[in-house]
Ligand binder design. Structure first.
Ligand SMILES: C[S@@+](CC[C@H](N)C(=O)[O-])C[C@H]1O[C@@H](n2cnc3c(N)ncnc32)[C@H](O)[C@@H]1O
Length: 375
């Protein structure tokens, strides 16, 4: 059965997520603010959860109800047959976004929905589901827009950027989904050598290697929420997982490098790389930027140097950005470099001409991905 889904994404990544969904086989794709609507069957949304590198979660809308105020919302949620989605022995959680004049506190709105669901269960079964904030069996998502509330089941569970391989944090790690999006925005393909000379916890080299080896990022996860659903098709899911395992490549087409000045941080990156089983694929070294040399005649660099709001002090950072520009210019002829930064002043210190500037958000920080052709 064909259904409409909603993939949530970070602000600014809607278009690139739409392209990814198209490649995964989604139809009727339409971008929205921090999300993408698409259509497909059950197999597709299992596949999207397992394979997407860029989206946060896949919501499956079940009903849109009038929700002018709390009473109307409660009554309309009560009318939905919740036994189709939630059994009293299962735990659940309601997440709410958006709002209107009368429903302007997401916690309060979520409480109305929760009350309607458990009241229906008590009425029918004389018992009710418990709430579990940490690890619920079923996650219900409610989005209020004007006087309507879209009620969806969250098929993913914890956000898909939590791949399951990152235990070590570095200083200010990129979300895995943003790292994967940067690789796409830089048009990096697996036949191009890749380097992050300030790799921190190693997220960019790891995401590049996962893509290069055609590894579905979802294979590292313990579970998706849809596995708790009453209509979960175990055989279909296992087939998709087995297919993904069979499609993995055993060798990268081009080398992937990561380096950082900090020994402890490189150790952390190494732990993350080991957690992915990629020790033989990613070459990690502890090296100061000032000592780095291009490992191949051409390739793509992507890095996010510290930019002040989160780490480092601005004078030192100015010198670091200048050094980065000098190193790129002198030692990386033939390469293309992309630098993600949230600080315009610092980026001027790089002193090279940008050939493209892509606006992007790193969590809530407005940033720019700067492109430099080095020749
Ligand atoms: C914002 S963090 C990068 C985070 C990384 N992208 C991740 O996802 O974990 C910046 C990194 O630059 C490194 N760094 C700062 N100055 C450096 C230098 N002179 N040479 C090499 N690495 C440096 C820091 O140790 C830090 O790990």
């Amino acid at each position: 059965m064909i259904k409409t889904y909603f993939a949530t994404v970070a602000r600014g990544l809607e278009e690139i997520a739409a392209k990814e969904l198209e490649l995964l086989g989604a139809k009727e794709i339409k971008t929205d603010f921090t999300g993408v609507h698409f259509q497909g069957n059950k197999e597709l949304f299992y596949r999207v959860n397992l394979w997407s590198r860029i989206i946060f979660r896949v919501l499956v809308p079940i009903e849109e109800v009038n929700s002018y105020n709390a009473t109307q919302l409660y009554k309309n949620v009560y009318k939905i047959d919740w036994s189709e989605y939630l059994q009293p022995h299962q735990t659940f959680l309601v997440n709410c976004t958006g709002g209107n004049q009368k429903l302007n506190h997401t916690h309060f709105t979520a409480l109305q929905i929760k009350n309607a669901i458990v009241d229906q269960q008590r009425e029918r079964f004389n018992t009710r589901s418990n709430i579990d904030l940490e690890n619920p069996d079923i996650i219900i998502n409610a989005h209020i827009n004007n006087n309507y509330c879209t009620i969806s089941l969250d098929s993913s569970g914890t956000s898909l950027h939590r791949r399951g391989y990152r235990s070590a944090m570095g200083l200010a790690p990129l979300k895995e989904t943003l790292a994967a999006a940067l690789l796409d925005l830089a048009n990096w393909t697996p036949n191009i050598p890749f380097l992050d000379p300030m790799c921190g916890s190693g997220i960019l080299p790891i995401e590049a290697a996962l893509k290069g080896l055609n590894i579905a990022p979802g294979l590292y996860r313990n579970k998706f929420s849809f596995q708790n659903w009453l209509d979960f098709d175990q055989a279909m899911y296992e087939q998709i997982v087995n297919e993904a395992k069979n499609q993995q490549l055993s060798q990268l087409k081009a080398p992937i490098f990561g380096s950082d000045k900090d020994r402890n941080i490189i150790e952390q990156a190494r732990n993350n790389v080991t957690a992915c089983g990629l020790d033989h694929e990613i070459k990690l070294t502890q090296v100061q930027l000032k000592n780095i040399e291009a490992p191949t005649p051409e390739g793509i660099i992507i890095c996010n140097p510290p930019y002040g709001k989160r780490i480092g002090n601005s004078e030192e950072l100015g010198a670091l950005y200048k050094l980065l520009g000098d190193v790129l210019k002198q030692r990386f002829k033939g390469w293309t470099a992309y630098i993600l930064t949230g600080n315009k002043q610092l980026s001027k210190q790089i002193g090279l001409r940008t050939s493209r500037r892509i606006p992007i958000y790193n969590s809530s920080l407005p940033c720019t991905l700067l492109k430099y052709e080095l020749y």
